[in-house]
Design a protein. Structure first.
Length: 342
């Protein structure tokens, strides 16, 4: 399960309560309460079209609790190492999250996620603290050698032979029909006229030098890409040929770093206008074999090997810390008891 950071509150620490229905687990005596799990749960299901029920809901709560337990174990380790996040670190990260939005927009995002500013800052503190511990104890100790890179390249040379050009794209999308899952809840276009005005406003701001990714995060109505700055990832030329003609023609005329004019997106089946987009060509890779001498190849291999080792070592690190902690998961025990398993 993905990290719970920047989504909701951390578990209460040092509070007194009788272990029972309201305490779902303890980590070295520190309690994780039902209210903590419930807040994460409500946050995760807030935008779901169909709310989980029965075993699905129980499983989600169990997964959330498992993550909270792991985070609490890391917090305990951070205390011993002197790596708890400082107030300045928390405030800087908070301001970074808040920067792309107006106060009203930011307040609405918190409301949608059913959390308060205090909740948000507590979770930022946890996230920074966990990152500091894992970086010191795991990530900083990973070494990918030149020989590792060479060996991987020789064993996977075919991976670096592009049979067709690759396009790395990003987009800002505006639709005339409101999408309930869109991030831009305050400024969603309500109709065709609103959509035209909004996309033109975005185009004007781009022409004035505003950052593409920041505008995508703030105004794009595509819920799949707006959260990461509109990034569509890398697609082969053959996939580009399958998109709408207006977008395809615009992309093929761009140079890396350039963005298109406003594109009207037409549904090929219904021939109706389904929205407007501005597309940016982040990078383009020509077809052909990439040699090991290419710095981009070396960087890609090094990053991939580092990420693989980091994932494995972090998992092992969590297991070792978990073995050394005293964890009691009352919620898991109650699930078993309800099903006649002692």
């Amino acid at each position: 399960m993905a990290s719970l950071a920047a989504l909701a509150v951390i578990s209460a620490i040092g509070c007194t309560s009788k272990v029972g229905g309201d305490v779902m687990a303890t980590v070295d005596g520190r309690k994780i309460y039902r209210s903590d799990v419930d807040k994460y749960y409500e946050n995760q299901v807030a935008s779901a079209q169909q709310q989980p029920t029965g075993e699905q809901a129980t499983s989600l709560r169990l997964n959330i609790l498992h993550q909270l337990i792991d985070d609490e174990i890391l917090m305990r380790r951070a205390e011993k190492l002197g790596l708890l996040a400082t107030d300045d670190e928390v405030n800087n990260k908070f301001n970074e999250y808040k920067a792309p939005f107006s106060q009203a927009e930011f307040d609405q995002r918190l409301k949608d996620r059913k959390i308060t500013i205090e909740d948000f800052k507590r979770d930022i503190r946890r996230s920074i603290t966990v990152d500091k511990v894992l970086n010191k104890e795991v990530s900083s100790k990973i070494n990918v050698t030149d020989q590792d890179v060479t060996s991987y390249y020789n064993a996977h040379k075919a991976e670096f032979n592009l049979i067709e050009p690759q396009y790395h794209l990003a987009q800002i999308m505006v639709t005339p029909t409101p999408n309930p899952q869109a991030h831009d809840q305050n400024n969603k276009a309500q109709n065709e006229a609103d959509a035209k005005k909004k996309i033109q406003m975005i185009a004007n701001r781009l022409d004035s030098g505003d950052d593409f990714a920041t505008l995508a995060m703030k105004f794009s109505e595509d819920p799949e890409t707006s959260g990461n700055g509109g990034d569509l990832g890398t697609i082969p030329e053959s996939s580009l040929r399958n998109t709408d003609p207006a977008t395809r023609d615009a992309v093929t005329k761009l140079k890396p770093g350039q963005y298109s004019n406003v594109i009207t997106v037409i549904n090929p089946a219904t021939k109706q206008n389904v929205g407007y987009r501005i597309v940016k060509l982040v990078a383009k890779e020509p077809a052909g074999q990439r040699e090991l001498s290419d710095p981009r190849v070396q960087q890609a291999i090094r990053a991939q090997l580092h990420d693989r080792r980091e994932q494995l070592l972090k998992a092992a690190y969590y297991e070792v810390l978990r073995d050394s902690a005293k964890v009691e998961n009352f919620y898991a025990k109650r699930i078993l008891e309800r099903n006649g398993i002692e």
